[in-house]
Design a protein around this ligand. Structure first.
Ligand code: HAM
Length: 420
């Protein structure tokens, strides 16, 4: 038997109500904050991600699904949305139509990571990007949107972590200081951190290894070496969060795995999902648009992993979906009436009712069982003495009440079922 590829998963009909519920909350919340939906292709030119996310990041150096197509082009399944959104923004000169573009998305992403609970190779993100303003209020807005969505999903065990990576000049100065601090400890670092020492020294803070953590305890922190402009920006983000009642903590070691950040970075972490605890991550990226060939336009955004969020909801039992119900189940008593039943079902569906009928030539008893299984509000009996009289019997399944309705009086059936 052929099975789903490792790290991918089917979203079965029983899961769909939870996905729909989340997607509805995301769309409604984004709309209230005046974000407009954008959809970009599933694959892009490989160079977009290499340039946008950074060659030395884990995503680009070891996780991308890259392939050569039949025309010889190197393409990559999108591992994240920001690079694609910025590419579309530049390509269509969206800044000419609107000085601030507030965009949101819900889309599958692809990363060849080691699968575990809450980590997949095809996963889904919802997220937002605001392009065109350096206002710290927008940094805070991203955090507020994400947090509000999680709260609407009933999640409680949340913490918001924020940090500032400043601007490249102060960051470069700080990297030198960090290098000087780590150099005497170099031999004690894990192999991964030794590699990062040269390629991306800040990412050593991401290490979960005790060996590295021991050394990092006394490390100088970027936040202590920020320039005034960055500190001011960060202060404004903090006060906007305070005034919006978002609880947060400052995590000076939050560096994030993508290279494009400047100023604010943040994550919302759940205590309910095990080691893959980041429900979302994001931050400001004031240099990315230019880096990808566009004008000098600042941006800020976030993305959240839907599978992980739904796992948190499941573990916190925060969501209840109502049991499925159909409006009418048509019970065909005599087999020769099945084409009449079919016509009736189609007509009632076209008029807006959720209708099911028998397609397996089942006995009346088996059809009644099926009606119960579908949790039918009404059963419409087609056949018997009533049919000979020109009427159908409509039975209310909760009260047991029955009424006769003229055979083709669809409007009467509908008004009864809808309770009008
Ligand atoms: P990221 O931190 O790489 O950021 O991913 C954002 C979120 O996607 C994570 O916090 C996690 O919830 C989810 N996620 C990532 N990888 C996986 C995986 N393999 N399986 C399941 N869920 C996963 C970004 O993608 C940036 N584009 C965020 C951003 C937008 N920054 C600015 N704008």
């Amino acid at each position: 038997m052929i099975k789903a590829v490792t790290g991918t998963k089917d979203i079965l009909p029983a899961d769909i109500p939870y996905w729909r519920h989340l997607e509805n909350i995301v769309t409604a919340t984004m709309t209230r904050f005046n974000y407009k939906e954008i959809r970009t292709p599933v694959f892009e030119d490989t160079s977009l991600f290499a340039r946008g996310i950074g060659e030395s990041t884990d995503i680009v150096s070891k996780e991308m699904y890259t392939f050569i197509d039949r025309g010889g082009a190197s393409l990559t399944l999108k591992p994240e949305m920001t690079a694609g959104v910025v590419r579309a923004f530049v390509e269509h000169s969206l800044d000419k139509k609107q000085s601030l573009n507030k965009l949101f998305y819900i889309s599958p992403m692809f990363r060849q990571e080691r699968p575990q609970a809450g980590r997949f190779r095809q996963f889904h993100q919802f997220g937002a990007e605001a392009l065109g303003s350096n206002d710290p209020l927008l940094d805070a807005e991203m955090i507020i949107i994400a947090y509000d969505i999680f709260v609407q999903l009933g999640l409680k065990n949340l913490s918001v972590k924020i940090n500032s990576l400043g601007v490249p000049e102060s960051r470069e100065k700080y990297k030198k200081i960090l290098r000087e601090f780590l150099l005497p400890h170099f031999e004690q670092l894990t192999n991964e951190s030794k590699k990062r020492f040269d390629t991306n020294i800040l990412r050593i803070f991401d290490s979960k290894e005790g060996q590295d953590q021991k050394i990092l305890v006394n490390a100088p922190l970027l936040i202590e070496h920020l320039d005034n402009e960055s500190l001011e920006h960060f202060e404004k983000v903090k006060s906007a969060l305070l005034s919006s009642n978002i609880p947060f903590e400052i995590d000076p070691k939050l560096v994030r795995g993508l290279d494009y950040y400047t100023h604010t970075t943040f994550e919302v972490v759940s205590g309910s999902v095990g080691s893959q605890s980041a429900l979302c991550g994001g931050g400001r990226y004031n240099l990315l648009v230019k880096e990808l060939g566009g004008p000098d336009i600042p941006g800020v955004g976030f993305a959240s992993g839907i599978e992980r969020v739904l796992l948190a909801c499941e573990n916190e039992k925060s969501l209840q979906t109502s049991a499925d119900q159909i409006d009418i189940y048509l019970v065909t008593i005599e087999k020769n009436l099945s084409s009449f039943a079919y016509k009736t079902a189609v007509e009632l569906r076209r008029k807006g009712s959720l209708v099911e009928m028998d397609y397996l030539s089942r006995s009346v008893k088996a059809q009644m069982r099926e009606a119960n299984k579908f949790n039918a509000k009404y059963v419409l009996m087609i056949g018997g003495d009533e049919f000979a009289k020109g009427v159908l019997l409509l039975k209310n399944m909760s009260s047991g009440e029955q009424m006769e309705i003229m055979k083709e009086d669809f409007d009467k059936i509908l008004s009864t079922v809808k309770g009008k």
